[in-house]
Design a protein around this ligand. Structure first.
Ligand code: APR
Length: 308
């Protein structure tokens, strides 16, 4: 039997993500938005692509949560994207109201689902959904580290003229200016990046990664990145639906792991059919650990603004 994946928010990220998942053929999809006609139109357009992509899935567009009932996975991508000059954190109070309402509805109709958060500010919104849903932490987590790592991998591959597949990167921390790329663990076909590029060059790539979302916002002027965030989210859905036990960086509520307690932050996890099946605790240097803790504190400050 196919899985059921609902995507809340039929905007740029939500719709792109739906299309990627539809092509896999393993799940029926419900696309929901508050705007009438938008999810219906996009879903029908996607459905009409299925004969070409040879994917026998159902894709429904709706404004009614009843259609999402008993979803296995719900991706939350509803909310406002940032504009040039804004940080992700500037969205917190606006998107908080949306994510709060959406999570309540999601839980009402799919009490056993896994929630994957995409709305920014990512870590705070994940913590909000965890709080509202009252689900265990293995079932509510967010997409950030795959995207941040993918950006870094892209820049490294471009710089060295190698396949993106050969580049491994590990970016931890919050999805924002305090993210923590662990350069020591970045490799190209198994060779440490530090042996391949001078420090100044690596620092430049790190800086570009940290500002990667902003670079796109500044180019687009209206709206933010969608293709890479959607691809990263679809990879997480793959790992859960196909029970892959894949190790991926995700935003998850930490309860003393890495010496951090009571806040959502990005760390490597094992993703399978139960959601987060294990939190992987890497051995960090004192500097790396301090940077991760600093990033977690920045998320905690943001979470405080929501007065949960
Ligand atoms: N319920 C359902 N859908 C909603 C709600 C709601 N309460 N509020 C807003 N939406 C919908 C909007 O109608 C819109 O179609 O969410 C969609 C958001 O789409 P876009 O504006 O295209 O934004 P997008 O680029 O997809 O980003 C969505 O993901 O990456 C993050 O920072 C980004 O927080 C933003 C989110």
């Amino acid at each position: 039997m196919r899985s059921k994946v609902s995507i809340i928010g039929a905007g740029n990220v939500g719709a792109t993500c739906a299309f990627r998942i539809a092509e896999k053929g393993y799940a029926d999809i419900v696309l929901l938005d508050i705007i009438e006609g938008l999810p219906q139109g996009k879903a029908l357009d996607m459905l009409e692509a299925t004969p070409v992509t040879e994917s026998d899935v159902k894709i429904i567009g709706t404004n009614d949560y009843q259609e999402t009932a008993n979803s296995d996975i719900v991706v939350i991508a509803s909310g406002v994207p940032r504009k040039p000059g804004m940080s992700r954190d500037d969205l917190v109070l606006t998107n908080m109201k949306i994510v709060q309402e959406v999570t309540r509805k999601v839980v009402q109709y799919s009490p056993n689902c896994i929630i994957i958060m995409v709305t920014n500010p990512l870590d705070a919104m994940t913590q909000l959904a965890l709080h509202v849903s009252k689900f265990p932490r293995n079932k509510v987590f967010g997409q950030s580290g795959i995207l941040d790592s993918a950006r870094f991998r892209t820049f490294v591959a471009q710089e060295l003229g190698v396949s993106v597949k050969d580049v491994f990167a590990c970016v931890l921390g919050g999805h924002g200016d305090t993210m923590v790329p662990i350069i020591r663990l970045c490799t190209v076909a198994g060779v440490p990046l530090t042996e391949l590029l001078p420090k100044e060059k690596i620092d430049g790539l790190v800086k570009r990664t940290v500002k990667g979302g902003g670079e796109i916002v500044n180019l687009l002027k209206t709206g933010s990145a969608c293709y890479a965030p959607a691809a990263a989210t679809a990879q997480m859905v793959d790992a859960v639906v196909l029970d892959k036990k894949e190790i991926l960086p995700c935003a998850v509520y930490l309860d003393r792991e890495y010496g951090i307690k009571g806040v959502v932050v990005g760390v490597p996890v094992k993703l399978g059919k139960n959601g987060i099946e294990q939190i992987i605790e890497l051995k960090l240097t004192p500097e790396e650990s301090a940077a991760l803790k600093k990033s977690a504190e920045a998320v905690r400050e943001l979470v405080k603004l929501m007065k949960l």
